[in-house]
Design a protein around this ligand. Sequence first.
Ligand SMILES: NC(=O)c1ccc[n+]([C@@H]2O[C@H](COP(=O)([O-])OP(=O)(O)OC[C@H]3O[C@@H](n4cnc5c(N)ncnc54)[C@H](OP(=O)(O)O)[C@@H]3O)[C@@H](O)[C@H]2O)c1
Length: 256
Amino acid sequence: MGSFDMTGRHVAITGASSGFGHHFAGLLASKGAKVSLGARRVDKLETRVAEIHAAGGEAAAIPLDVRQRASVTAFMDQAEATFGGIDVLINNAGVEAGAKTYMMIDEADWDFVIETNLKGAWLTSKAYTERVVAGKRPGGNIIMISSITDSRTIKGQFPYAVSKGGLTRMTEVMALEAARYNIRVNALAPGYVLTDVSRVLLESERSAEFVKGIPMRRYGEFEDLDGPLLLLASDASSYMTGSVVVVDGGHICASL
Ligand SMILES: NC(=O)c1ccc[n+]([C@@H]2O[C@H](COP(=O)([O-])OP(=O)(O)OC[C@H]3O[C@@H](n4cnc5c(N)ncnc54)[C@H](OP(=O)(O)O)[C@@H]3O)[C@@H](O)[C@H]2O)c1
């Protein structure tokens, strides 16, 4: 069995200033990884890095806007200068456009969500792959943070759900194309966990009814993702690529 050990591994996380990315940074650092945290709100990254340092971990706060290629390049340059080549890239940065249907969004909503959730993941993955190849590194590991909206439909999460459907397909196509570089590409598809992205739905009056559609009758907690994330980030998943790991309390199996 491959090891779950993360000691000395360099993990770069996009969108680490809040929510899942913020949580994953602490988790991975506590398991011995060196963590590069990227996002636009650098003050929040710095606070998180200070917490990780205080707990004895290694981490760096680096400005990042995943929609801008120059920013992605600068992020990776700084991450590599600090901790060396990146072993694992976690494409976690994501936004939504509010509780809107396709008739309610405008072009700005579409561009904002698609550019962050899809273009951003492609830009970072491409830059990462170029570095693995140019550095003649033996391989790499990319994890996409998708969502169960990639496979089940819901009203009023357009274009978020469209972007996540695309992200899962990106995972599969990239896995196929990146295998020649020995880069694995997998996705984690969480169900609903209370964060700034999901607040609009989970704190709405629909919430009580919505949660009844989850077989386990509760929303997820950050810690529910720890095991699956460590599986994908470590050698324990060394023969996994192109997989989508669903962590949702059975939500996508809900009764019709
Ligand atoms: N919460 C859920 O129920 C749920 C379920 C399934 C999947 N997800 C996915 O989980 C991921 C994390 O979301 P979350 O729920 O943890 O929400 P969150 O707390 O709002 O986190 C989103 C993160 O993305 C970053 N971000 C946004 N735009 C960015 C950009 N252009 N460049 C770099 N970073 C950017 C934000 O940082 P800055 O604003 O500082 O840039 C923030 O750190 C998303 O991909 C989301 O779709 C969430």
